[in-house]
Design a protein around this ligand. Structure first.
Ligand code: NAP
Length: 487
């Protein structure tokens, strides 16, 4: 049996939405079944749909059967989990509708209260206000905010200021589910628990870093939502920036939340703000055109029902420079896109070439050492090294070999990122959540690029669905004499 935490009440606003059913409920089911969530804790779903508790449980059961991995649904476990489920009918526009939640929560006034806002960010302020008006916020309350928090610095400030009227910064958990992935946390373990990486992790030894988050799916019926944001706001400003921070940050003095977040924010503040000329040379934006995905023809971003003219990018590639001692002259190449050839998220650290080769063919057979941290579809870490090909050939022949740094997993089920993050909220550990200054520093950097794109400093390119993106992205890195990892 795992640790048992204090009893808490978790309210999910937007509890019948896609995220709640696909990620949050399965995560809570596992936490409960695995003993991380006390059986007395309650999971309260707030929805507009009129229904009884029994009807709600039936829906949750169906959704768990749909979204849990095969064989993970267990009838006995669900019967126990079901006892923790409650539903309240709330319309965010109707303050009076919070009375049912008030009744439930005030049954146990001392309990920790977790408010998960799985809604559009426009509702964050009004939900917090209603919670406050109904006196449902206590010192033991926490609020979890889903991304995106705004679409630029100004709009993110409006949302944050509104939430901060009712919750202290220490009670706010801004989620970035990438940080809940085991391999992402392993970046810190790798960097800060292995002496061998310490002297190598800087501009003297690292040539450049590539961070890719590629999705094979398109906008999948969420065109309206996606078109408000695009690749830069939806992916680069948050997920890719957070990954960049973990690679680039200085060692924190401890694993305390603020030690880690202090170091991350220093990286964000060291990002070189781009000039108009930089935006032109170092950024690429593109939209996918029709093509094929998994052997099937798929429409382009601007095709299909309900689609309008749009200048929203579905792909972004950038060269990012960090102006500090450690990273001076080391480019970080970032790219993210929808409808790419394959789903693939990875960080690749390219070490510098050896200064002189003593091997045949002037060392042309030698590749740079690379540390490949794969996040999706599989999580793994590989260190690519050179090694001798066994045999008696006169000239020593070399080959690239991979050192696998993966720990065999002796777990019945590998926890999903949302499980980790929900458990951290339950434990009141905000290390893996973004602090206000981090969000603002990331927007400050991204806004400059977004403004440049709005002024058409760099033209919108096109790429066929099911490919690796536009040729301009290849040129972006080729100009520096480098190529993307998968080329
Ligand atoms: P969604 O499916 O549209 O769910 C939003 C929920 O909010 C719906 O259940 C909706 O209820 C509810 N809602 C809307 N207006 C309401 C009102 N006036 N009163 C009460 N409830 C209302 O969206 P989602 O995909 O779950 O996303 C939720 C949030 O998470 C968004 O901010 C999104 O950007 C973020 N996010 C989602 C994902 C994902 O994979 N889905 C990933 C990362 C972040 P009805 O069903 O009654 O309309």
């Amino acid at each position: 049996m795992n640790e048992i935490k204090s009893v808490c009440d978790i309210t999910i606003f937007g509890g019948h939405g896609d995220l709640a059913f696909r990620k949050l409920m399965p995560a809570l089911y596992h936490l409960s079944s695995d003993g991380y969530l006390d059986a007395e804790s309650r999971i309260i779903t707030a929805t507009r749909d009129q229904m009884t508790n029994e009807e709600h449980c039936d829906i949750v059961k169906l959704k768990l059967q749909e979204f849990l991995p095969e064989k993970a649904f267990d009838k006995d476990k669900f019967d126990r989990f079901k006892k923790q489920l409650h539903v309240v009918i709330i319309d965010f526009f109707d303050d009076e509708s919070y009375s049912g939640l008030k009744e439930l929560l005030t049954m146990y006034p001392q309990r920790d209260r977790i408010n998960y806002l799985s809604t559009a960010p426009d509702f964050f302020g009004s939900i917090c206000k209603s919670l406050s008006q109904w006196e449902l916020i206590t010192p033991q309350s926490r609020v979890v905010l889903e991304k995106p928090i705004g679409r630029d610095l100004e709009s993110s400030r409006v949302i944050n200021v509104e939430v901060l009227k009712y919750f202290e910064e220490s009670q706010i958990y801004r989620i970035d589910h990438y940080l809940g992935k085991d391999t992402v946390q392993n970046i810190m373990a790798l960097r800060f628990s292995n002496r061998i990486f310490m002297p190598l992790w800087d501009a003297n030894n690292i040539d450049h870093v590539q961070i890719t988050v590629a999705e094979s799916v398109g906008v999948e019926g969420r065109w309206g939502y996606y078109d408000e944001y695009g690749a830069m706001r939806d992916m680069v400003q948050n997920h890719l920036m957070q990954l960049l921070c973990l690679v680039a940050m200085e060692p924190p003095c401890s694993l305390e939340a603020d030690s880690v977040r202090d170091e991350k924010v220093k990286v964000l503040r060291s990002l070189r703000l781009m000039s108009a000329a930089d935006i032109e040379q170092k950024t690429v934006r593109a939209q996918y055109a029709s093509g094929s995905s998994n052997g099937e023809a798929v429409p382009g971003y601007l095709e299909g029902e309900g689609v309008e003219e749009s200048t929203t990018e579905t792909f972004a590639a950038l060269r990012v420079d960090i102006d500090n001692w450690r990273w001076n002259g080391v480019p970080f190449y970032l790219r993210s896109g929808k409808r790419m050839r394959q789903r693939n998220s990875e960080i690749v650290i390219y070490f510098k070439m050896i200064p002189h080769s003593i091997f045949a063919n002037k060392g042309k057979c030698i590749s740079q050492n690379k540390l490949v941290i794969s996040l999706q579809p599989k999580e793994s870490i590989h260190l690519q090294l050179m090694n001798k090909i066994p045999g008696l050939s006169e000239q020593m022949r070399l080959q690239q070999v991979e050192l696998e740094l993966n720990t065999p997993l002796n777990m019945e089920h590998k926890p999903d990122a949302y499980e980790r993050l929900l458990l951290d909220v339950i434990r009141s550990n905000p290390t893996l959540f973004m602090r206000l200054d981090e969000v603002e520093a990331a927007w400050k950097w991204a806004d400059v690029i977004l403004e440049g794109w709005a002024e058409d400093i760099v033209p919108m390119k096109s790429y066929s669905a099911g490919t690796d993106g536009p040729s301009a992205a290849v040129q972006l890195i080729a100009r520096d004499g480098r190529s993307w990892h998968d080329e």
